[in-house]
Design a protein around this ligand. Sequence first.
Ligand SMILES: N[C@@H](CCC(=O)N[C@@H](CS)C(=O)NCC(=O)O)C(=O)O
Length: 220
Amino acid sequence: MTALDLFGHPFSAYTWKVLIPLYENGTAFRFRRLGEDQPENGAALAAHWPLAQFPLLLDDGRPVIESSVIIEHLDHRHPGPLRLIPADADAAIEVRMLDRIFDNHVMNQMQRVVNDALRPPERRDPLEVADAKARLERAYAWLESWMGSREWAAAGAFTLADCAAAPALFYADWVHPIAAEHARLRTYRTRLLARPSIAKCVDDARPYRPLFPLGAPDRD
Ligand SMILES: N[C@@H](CCC(=O)N[C@@H](CS)C(=O)NCC(=O)O)C(=O)O
């Protein structure tokens, strides 16, 4: 049995994305939480990946970088009962398309707004924030139409795409609430948060909410 170490933080959206499939499949791993109280984890992360972004998976010492690729790796090398990438090539393309949409057009736009709030007040840029929120709004509208009668984001099953969607929609709704007119997208977000693997991520992150730079809302 190989040793899996996951570097990340319980409040980090991209860390959730990888924790979700690990929890879904009951995969054994060691969580290497990043924080000032555990500097050895940060040092090990930076040694494997100079950009020091997380999550990063070590599989028997071999680094796997980028959340989508980590999930592909887990699905390939450590498969569990829930397959995250469909075997059918067309279905897999749909899953990867939605994964990219949630990362690039929801998660990363949310992150632009958060990053702006982390800057000193004199370095903040209202145009940057307005652009990010406008892009989120367009992504929400597209997703509302895409979800239609779908239960999960792609390929008729819970997949990599939903692992990306859960943290993206969770935090994006905090920085730019999903309007009531996007009822299907709101229902999908609620459905995601009810899933035990995702509820665990939300619960484990609760103690860190005071860290949210915009002020966390008093709700999930
Ligand atoms: N494309 C990367 C993004 C990872 C990412 O941005 N992680 C955030 C935490 S959620 C991070 O490392 N932030 C610190 C930094 O960018 O220096 C992935 O999918 O893993």
